[in-house]
Design a protein around this ligand. Structure first.
Ligand SMILES: NC(=O)c1ccc[n+]([C@@H]2O[C@H](COP(=O)([O-])OP(=O)(O)OC[C@H]3O[C@@H](n4cnc5c(N)ncnc54)[C@H](OP(=O)(O)O)[C@@H]3O)[C@@H](O)[C@H]2O)c1
Length: 274
C-alpha cells in the first residue's frame, strides 16, 4: 500500500447511489418491522448495517438478506433508505430502513431500542458507515477539525454502535461484529497522505482487537476487514491506491460459524497484516 491517495473518496457522491434509497420510520399503518420476516439460511437472525443506503453498504444489506437474515438498513437519510428498499425487490420484505447518525448518541440509542423492541434481537452488526474528509494536506498541516470529525464518525460511531447493540448479542450468547476498515490503516504499510482517515482506520483496527478480547466469553466474534483488493496505479500512477469494493469478506465475517476467527483483519478472505 502506498501513500498519498484516496482509497475511493468517501467524500464524493457515488455514481451508483442514484437507484438506492432509504427507509426509515415505520410506514404508518403497516410498520416497517411487520414486513421483516425470517428466512431459512439466516434462521431469523437480525443484522444491522450502517451506511446501508448505497454502495458497499447496500451490497451488504442485499447479500445478508439473500442469506435469509432480517436486515436493518441504517442510514442518515430515510429518503435514501426508502429508495434503496424499492431497489431490493422481494428482498425488501426482509429489510427495514431506519434513520441513524452514528455521531448522535440519541440516534444510536433510538435505533438499538427499536431493534430490541421490534425484532427482539441483534445477531450481526456491520459497521460500514464512514467518511473520508482529508484534503491534500499532510499531517503537519492537517485541519484538526477534520481529524476530529473523521474520528467522530469512523471510530466513535463504530464504538457507539457496539456499545448499544453488543448487549443484545451478549444476551443470546451470539454475535458477529464486522468493522469495515482499510489497508490504509495498516501500521505495517503506513505512509503519508490522508492522515485523518488513516488514523481512524488504525484506531478501528485497535478497537477490533480490544472488542474481540472483551467479547471472548460471549459467543461474539469481532473482526475487521478491508473490503476489496487494492488496485495500484488505476487512477494515475504507482502512488495511487484504489480498491475494488467487494462485499464477500464482510459477509463471510458476518456469518461465521461459532468456531470462526475473532480479532482478525481480513481482505479477500485472508488474514492481512495490521
Ligand atoms: N471505498 C473504498 O475504496 C474503501 C476502501 C477500503 C475500505 N473502505 C471502507 O468500506 C466502507 C464503505 O466504503 P464506501 O466507499 O462504500 O463508503 P461511502 O460510499 O462513503 O459510504 C459510507 C456511508 O457511511 C454513511 N455515513 C457517513 N456518515 C455517517 C453518519 N454520521 N452516520 C451514519 N452513517 C453515516 C453514509 O451512508 P448513509 O447516507 O446511508 O447514511 C455513507 O454512504 C467504509 O467503512 C470505508 O472506510 C472503503
Amino acid at each position: 500500500m502506498t501513500a498519498g491517495v484516496p482509497d475511493r473518496g468517501h467524500a464524493r457522491a457515488r455514481p451508483d447511489g442514484a437507484t438506492l434509497s432509504v427507509v426509515g420510520g415505520a410506514r404508518p399503518g403497516t410498520g416497517v418491522a411487520s414486513r421483516v420476516s425470517p428466512g431459512a439460511e439466516g434462521r431469523g437472525r437480525v443484522a444491522v448495517v450502517t451506511g446501508g443506503s448505497s454502495g458497499l453498504g447496500l451490497d451488504l444489506v442485499r447479500a445478508l438478506a439473500q442469506r435469509g437474515l432480517r436486515v436493518v438498513l441504517a442510514t442518515q437519510s430515510l429518503d435514501r433508505g426508502r429508495a434503496a428498499l424499492d431497489g431490493l425487490g422481494d428482498l425488501a420484505d426482509r429489510v427495514a430502513a431506519r434513520q441513524l447518525d452514528v455521531t448522535d448518541p440519541g440516534s444510536v440509542a433510538q435505533l438499538a431500542a427499536w431493534v430490541d423492541r421490534r425484532l427482539g434481537r441483534c445477531d450481526v452488526l456491520v459497521n460500514n458507515a464512514a467518511v473520508l474528509l482529508d484534503d491534500e494536506r499532510s499531517s503537519l498541516d492537517a485541519d484538526l477539525a477534520v481529524v476530529q470529525q473523521t474520528l467522530a464518525v469512523n471510530l466513535l460511531g463504530t464504538w457507539r454502535l457496539v456499545q448499544a447493540l453488543g448487549p443484545l448479542m451478549r444476551r443470546n450468547h451470539y454475535g458477529r461484529i464486522v468493522n469495515l476498515s482499510s489497508g490504509l490503516g495498516s501500521l505495517s504499510a503506513m505512509g503519508p497522505g490522508l492522515p485523518a482517515y488513516r488514523v481512524s482506520q488504525t484506531a478501528i483496527n485497535a478497537l477490533t482487537r480490544i472488542l474481540a478480547a472483551d467479547f471472548a466469553a460471549d459467543g461474539v466474534l469481532v473482526n475487521a476487514c478491508c473490503p476489496g483488493p487494492p488496485e495500484v496505479g488505476v487512477v494515475g500512477g504507482p502512488e495511487v491506491v484504489e480498491y475494488t469494493l467487494q462485499a464477500d469478506t464482510a459477509v463471510w465475517l458476518a456469518t461465521l460459524p461459532d468456531n470462526g476467527p475473532t480479532g482478525g483483519f481480513f481482505r479477500d478472505g485472508q488474514a492481512i497484516a495490521w
